[in-house]
Design a protein around this ligand. Structure first.
Ligand code: SAJ
Length: 410
């Protein structure tokens, strides 16, 4: 879309690739973030996280003139991709970052600007929090500014492909404005773009992630049941999945990331009396790090190992082959240990080059030389490629990637 100026707010895991994709497809883009260090790094031409194809996309976007800034700029369309955490007590959305972005946009946006919220928000957030804020600032929605919700669906690890190929939802209460935003996303999105109203788009996004959370919880509950009675959960899932209408996901050490472990809480917070299944699933997934700890304790007992510093956790990120550690099962497990004043467990992750937790090793060889029990928390390609190095260890494999005899499973 030539002639349209877009200011993307929030240069994180979603905002950055989205901004780059627009710029690489000839849209005039400024990427804004209040983090000066992050913007300085982008201005130096360096990407800020690892993702397949991101560097190439970055180079293309730079050659097309993308700009980065710590300030907001007058533009035709604003795309807000800032974090939306939840309040740990009330479980309701903590919309402070979106609201603060909105305030800054309103200070400089020209009349008629379109504000697209990409951040995941709980159903009703735009009506309950964002519209009143705009009106309080003396602006008329539909005249001075237009509001649209365009949640993303991309999966870390395959973001660039999915940005181009996934279908997506655009929620707008004004069809004409919805069409303009749809045309904008069509510059790179080859998937179907569905136009709907704002509330439907908000709800759809949250229930997509809730659906996955519930399905992972089912696999995690199965692993507990099977483990308690000496049955092979992986074989059972494999066979059950041969049924044409059964598709059970894989159990694991917990659910991390900034989406699936967060979004279902929005529904629990807003509909506490109606979310029995959703809450149960959250509790099951949140219980998994504790379950891993119990398995570690059993293995230590069985093998007469008393020193926790002889145990090493492999993987700090929330899933394989990404460098994102937000809400990761390993962090959740370390927090649990902390609560019980148990310190000293070793940690290693090939994707995390800086020390971010206590007793973290940066060198894989050294890490292995210091432990007797290895707990595979994340199935990075790195561990699959280095399986032979683990031969002399006791292994607790929470991801079912190690097929040596005698390996302990979840
Ligand atoms: N996990 C399991 N077992 C599985 C699959 C995943 O334990 O069978 C765990 C992972 O290890 C990880 C967590 O679940 O800890 C979440 O990983 P994920 O790969 O399922 O999803 P995310 O959080 O990386 O991305 C999700 C995606 N949503 C859905 O698949 C419905 C993505 O499409 C969304 O764009 C993203 O959330 C988001 O931003 O909302």
């Amino acid at each position: 879309m030539l002639g349209v100026k877009v200011n993307v707010i929030g240069m994180g895991y979603i905002g950055l690739p989205t901004a780059l994709m627009f710029a690489a497809n000839c849209v005039e883009v400024i990427g804004t973030d209040y983090d000066e260090k992050l913007i300085a790094q982008l201005m130096l031409g360096k990407v800020t996280f690892e993702e397949e194809g991101l560097t190439e996309l970055f180079e293309k976007a730079v050659s097309q003139g993308i700009k980065f800034s710590t300030s907001y700029h007058p533009a035709d369309i604003y795309i807000v991709a800032v974090p939306t955490p939840y309040d740990k007590t009330s479980k309701k959305i903590d919309a402070r970052y979106v609201l603060s972005a909105l305030k800054s946009i309103m200070e400089i946006c020209p009349k008629g600007a379109i504000i697209v919220i990409e951040s995941t928000v709980s159903p009703g957030t735009i009506n309950k929090f964002i519209c009143p804020l705009i009106e309080k600032n003396g602006l008329v929605i539909g005249e001075d500014v237009q509001l649209v919700h365009a949640p993303e669906r991309i999966i870390p690890g395959n973001m660039i492909y999915e940005l181009e190929n996934n279908s997506r939802t655009i929620g707008s209460d004004n069809n004409e404005i919805g069409m303009i935003v749809k045309e904008l996303y069509k510059v790179f999105c080859k998937g179907e773009i569905v136009l709907t109203d704002i509330r439907t788009a908000e709800m759809t996004k949250v229930i997509e992630n809730t659906f996955r959370d519930i399905n992972i919880a089912f696999a995690n509950e199965l692993t507990k049941i099977c483990g308690s009675d000496d049955m092979d959960v992986y074989e059972i899932i494999r066979i059950a999945n041969m049924h044409p209408r059964v598709n059970i996901l894989q159990p694991g050490p917990g659910v991390g990331g900034h989406c699936i472990s967060v979004d279902p809480w929005f529904l629990v917070g807003d509909y506490p009396d109606l979310t029995n299944l959703i809450l149960a699933a959250r509790k099951i997934n949140d219980s998994m790090p504790q379950h891993v700890l119990k398995r570690i304790r059993d293995i230590m007992k069985n093998n007469c190992i008393r020193d926790i510093s002889r145990v090493g956790l492999y993987g700090l990120t929330y899933k394989e082959d990404v460098d994102d550690i937000r809400e990761s099962p390993t962090l959740q497990l370390l927090e649990k240990m902390d609560e019980h004043l148990a310190f000293g467990i070793k940690v290693f992750d090939p994707m995390i080059k800086k020390v971010v937790v206590e007793n973290q090793e940066i060198d894989f060889g050294k890490f292995l030389s210091e432990i007797d029990i290895l707990v595979i928390m994340v199935s990075h390609s790195h561990i699959k490629d280095n399986m032979h190095d683990l031969k002399d260890k006791l292994i607790l494999d929470t991801k079912n990637v190690c097929h040596f005899e005698g390996v302990y499973k979840l």
